[in-house]
Write a protein that binds this ligand. Structure first.
Ligand SMILES: Nc1ncnc2c1ncn2[C@@H]1O[C@H](COP(=O)(O)OP(=O)(O)OP(=O)(O)O)[C@@H](O)[C@H]1O
Length: 478
């Protein structure tokens, strides 16, 4: 049997035993490397990943392996190491799976989410009245309202795991980073809100921006209350600091935070940090802090893909009490691609317009008019990629297909139309257009354009399709 086949069989069993979300987050990214002497080697993206699997899925992996390779089957991890400059290295360390204690031979069932060493409420510090601590959390930032997609799956599931088991997990600190308006604050506050919901004042949660922390610290020094400041932060069980990049260049604040960080981490308290860039990319921050930021899990947030943008819009519209038609949602999702805050801005603008103008039902034409300036700002010239999206959406095919080599009739037709429209709507050269379609050369683009033009003259159906798409893109690029 090859490593790929063995791992595929393992994945089938694993899928049946854990939730889809956990499967996608923790098992799909794993690569089978080799199968030798009944030992299957799999590659995991980080040391932390290995620890997480061993901590949470050890028994399940063990039994799965026994089913696929027999009782003597062994698992070895190949861990991709990070270089200090944050690039991943091809070097890897091989780690064996820890041996199974003889008394623990059990069925798969019930072991899938086994989490060892659950400590009962590790956060109660006698004598401290936690009721006094104001968490600073915004109640509307909750997991239920945080739409999941490929762009945030790992970060969201790690955040959920932390909320369920703060402090006693391997994600400490949890460092989340990504561009502006991509949902960092929402996600880190969701952790705090969930912990508060489940534990009330038993667990002291505190959310603060790094600027807020700095200002408080400066005030405390000014009023000779620095030690009270330190004491206060040391009693927090879950400390959430947003936009940590603003500590850059503030040496005294960094030093104070360093000591608070150490004290909390040592006591098994949870630290959650956010930044607009990865730890190593933050300038003017002491090396000892940077290295601590990387101790736990760093996860990034990306701009949501089209389907997630659509789902977010649907959700935001219904939270704001308006119902938007499919056409309008599609229009916004196609045209607002830089961040989620802008998507939200579009909904608010439509809502304001509808209520000021006493409009009961918004239609696409009106929505386009209202959002015209915003669309222009975020999308000055329609891209070849958007044209591909429109065309593929129209034909119900996967966008990647038009960039691949496939010669299937319907894909070839969609590809040719997309090339034709790309020439019509963009200033791109034939060469550039070809490059966007899987590196085809300019003569293929010329051929596509003349084929579409010819067909439009000979077939009404073809003409109608191209005209419809033309109109759709024209409105979108207003
Ligand atoms: N996946 C998502 N599902 C639902 N709403 C989201 C999602 N991602 C972001 N949002 C919403 O987008 C808005 C901006 O998000 P947020 O303030 O958390 O971004 P941020 O990354 O912290 O931005 P900044 O770096 O500018 O502070 C919020 O209203 C948030 O609710």
């Amino acid at each position: 049997m090859s490593a790929e086949t063995a791992w595929e069989q393992c994945l089938e069993i694993i899928q049946d035993n854990i939730s889809y979300q956990k499967y996608k987050s923790w098992f799909e990214p794993i690569q089978p490397i080799k199968l030798e002497n009944n030992t299957l080697t799999i590659q995991v993206p980080s040391q932390f990943w290995y620890e997480w699997l061993e901590e949470h899925y050890y028994s399940m992996l063990r039994s799965t392996l026994a089913k696929v390779l027999g009782d003597e089957g062994k698992l070895e991890y190949s861990v991709v190491l990070e270089k200090s400059n944050n690039e991943s290295d091809t070097r890897s360390v091989r780690l064996p799976q820890r041996p199974m204690p003889p008394s623990k031979e059990q069925d798969l069932d019930g072991y899938a989410d086994y989490s060892p060493g659950k400590i009962e409420n590790p956060f109660v510090i006698p004598g401290i009245r936690k009721t006094k601590i104001d968490s600073n959390l915004n109640n509307s930032y909750v997991f239920d309202r945080y739409i999941e997609g490929d762009c945030n799956r790992l970060a969201r599931s790690a955040a959920m795991a932390i909320a369920e088991n703060p402090g006693s997990n391997s994600f400490n600190p949890f460092f989340i980073y990504g561009g502006t308006g991509l949902g960092k604050t929402h996600l880190i506050q969701s952790i705090g809100n969930k912990i508060k919901q489940e534990h009330g004042n038993e667990i002291a949660v505190m959310y603060i921006s790094s600027e807020g922390f700095t200002n408080e610290f400066v005030q405390a020094i000014r009023n000779n209350r620095a030690s009270e400041f330190t004491m206060f932060y040391r009693q927090i069980d879950v400390l959430i600091v947003d936009d940590i990049q603003f500590f850059s260049g503030k040496e005294k604040t960094q030093e104070e935070f360093f000591h608070i960080f150490n004290a909390l981490h040592q006591d098994g308290k949870q630290l959650i940090l956010s930044s607009d860039r990865a730890p190593r990319e933050i300038s003017d921050i002491e090396e000892r802090l940077i290295s601590r930021f990387s101790w736990g899990l760093s996860a990034d947030l990306q701009m949501p893909e089209y389907e997630t943008r659509y789902a977010i819009l649907e959700r935001k519209a219904s939270d704001n009490g308006i119902e938007l038609s499919h056409d309008i949602l599609e229009f916004i999702a196609h045209n607002f691609k830089s961040n989620v805050r802008d998507l939200e801005g579009a909904i608010i603008k439509l809502l304001a317009h509808a209520s000021l103008q006493h409009v009961d039902e918004l239609d696409l034409k009106m929505a386009k008019r209202v959002l015209k300036d915003m669309v222009k700002e975020s999308n000055t010239q329609i891209s070849i990629e958007s044209i591909q999206n429109y065309v593929c959406d129209y034909f119900g095919i996967d966008t990647n297909k038009v960039r691949e080599k496939t010669r299937k009739q319907e894909i070839v037709e969609a590809r040719q139309i997309a090339m034709y429209l790309a020439k019509q709507f963009t200033d791109s050269s034939l060469k550039t257009i070809g490059l966007h379609f899987g590196g085809r050369d300019h003569s293929t683009v010329i051929h596509a354009i003349s084929t579409v033009e010819e067909r439009m003259q000979t077939s009404n159906k073809h003409k109608r399709i191209v005209d419809e798409l033309h109109q759709k893109i024209e409105v979108a690029s207003l």
